[in-house]
Design a binder for this molecule. Structure first.
Ligand code: AMP
Ligand code: GLY
Length: 412
């Protein structure tokens, strides 16, 4: 089978890697760190299966355009991708499906006073989200109402996130550990992959602003098969059914971003694609043929039951100076081969480019991810950090506490 992966980040790198175990893979546009990258537009690539990585082209209808050409595509059309493209619409679907989620209301740019008044009806913490896409950075969890109100004003005025922020969702804040459950859907049924936990804040101890994700690990000790089954039953399957009831044939990943609260699992968000960096710890552990699994889902005929290795994987994302605010780019990446030499380690390239001397340089906020596998979480974590320490560029930073709590080790 020949598979075309669309996208250019760490998620697409791991997709290419794992699909490449059983298929020929081409990645568009990819990046200089991903073998098989091509400049050819997806519409002009000849492949048996297209796997679309990021949300933006999905929201933009790339899956529809490829399907109109008769191609087999893993990834929802623009109708289903709206689940991630509009948080207000997602909340409406969840409500209709009876899925447990936070109380909320959506406000337009001319409803600042109503939005602030709504904040006052919630007990706090207060959560303010841009309605539109903001690369994982459009969410503020505020611990004072003043902070929340200031954020609402900046977003609705278009100051902080441009058009994506001129409509906001305000919701009640939950507390508890987070869990990412990625389910493969064929339009009718959904099958869960191994769960993962993601670290969204930039700093240790969950301090600082939200990012696209600074690290992850899988499996998650506190999320056994019963927890995942409950999330499938209460959140993912009813959502897929509701989409289907609305005439949406959803074939792709439903990513349930959950919070495990004292009252049970609650949906924080749905994404319409593999999580990044969750994919980089979930997919390497899969033992079934990923190309076959995704082709079945794309064809509306999921039969393969995914199986996972009994080991553990940890990813530490290495970021450029300044991320998640403005980032410095163009710095030479050193220590790549030394990092890869650590046993069980793979590097997944995201924000990288080649300079005119052919050297790999930083070209984005999340530069690359170091994934390590081992028989247990503690060893996987040690290996990931040993490799991350070998990477060097000016201003490199990464969290020191990825998977520390789950592995039962003090933060180094
Ligand atoms: P989202 O982009 O909606 O996933 O939000 C990004 C992050 O903000 C989540 O991973 C949580 O850490 C936090 N967050 C979002 N919604 C809530 C909520 N209702 N309560 C607490 N934290 C939240
Ligand atoms: N890691 C979070 C996301 O992919 O949205």
């Amino acid at each position: 089978m020949r598979v075309c992966v669309v996208g250019s980040g760490g998620r697409e790198h791991v997709l290419a890697d794992v699909l490449g175990r059983t298929a020929d893979v081409v990645v568009t546009p990819g990046n200089p760190g991903i073998p098989g990258s091509t400049g050819t537009a997806p519409e002009d690539v000849d492949a048996d299966l297209f796997v679309i990585g990021p949300e933006a082209p999905l929201v933009d209808g790339l899956a529809d355009r490829l399907r109109a050409q008769g191609k087999l595509v893993f990834g929802p059309g623009a109708d289903g991708a709206r689940l991630e493209g509009s948080k207000a619409w997602m909340k409406e679907v969840l409500e209709a499906a009876g899925v447990p989620t936070a109380r909320y209301r959506a406000f337009d740019h001319d409803e600042v006073d109503a939005a602030v008044a709504y904040l006052e009806t919630l007990p706090g913490p207060w959560v303010v989200k841009t309605d539109g896409l903001a690369a994982g950075k459009g969410v503020l969890v505020a611990h004072t109402i003043d902070e929340a109100a200031a954020d609402v004003r900046a977003k609705l005025a278009g100051e902080s996130f441009g058009a994506a922020g001129r409509r906001v969702v305000i919701e009640e804040g939950f507390t508890g550990p987070e869990l990412s459950v990625l389910a493969i859907c064929d339009g009718r049924q959904a099958i869960a992959l191994a769960p993962a936990q993601d670290f969204k804040r930039v700093g240790d101890g969950d301090q600082g602003p939200n990012t696209g994700g600074m690290g992850a690990y899988s499996p998650v000790p506190l999320a056994g098969p019963d927890v995942v089954a409950r999330i499938m039953e209460e959140a993912v399957t009813p959502t897929l059914r509701e989409l289907s009831r609305r005439g949406i044939d959803y074939r792709g990943v439903l990513y349930a971003g959950m919070m495990l609260t004292a009252g049970g699992p609650r949906v924080i968000e749905f994404n319409v694609r593999f999580g990044d960096p969750e994919a980089q710890v979930v997919l390497p552990r899969i033992e079934t043929d990923l190309a076959q699994l995704l082709a079945e889902a794309a064809a509306g005929d999921l039969r393969t039951e995914p199986r996972f290795a009994a080991d553990a994987a940890v990813i530490v994302v290495c970021a450029a100076e300044g991320y998640p605010a403005s980032t410095r780019t163009g710095d030479v990446i050193e220590g790549f081969d030394e990092a890869r030499a650590v046993p069980g380690v793979e590097l997944y390239c995201a924000g990288v480019a080649r300079d005119d001397r052919g050297r790999l340089v930083t070209a984005g906020g999340r530069v690359l991810g170091v994934t390590a596998r081992a028989g247990d979480l503690r060893t996987a974590r040690q290996r990931a950090y040993e490799a991350a320490e070998r990477l060097r560029w000016p201003g490199i930073h990464f969290r020191r506490d990825i998977a520390a709590e789950a592995a039962g080790v003090p933060v180094r």
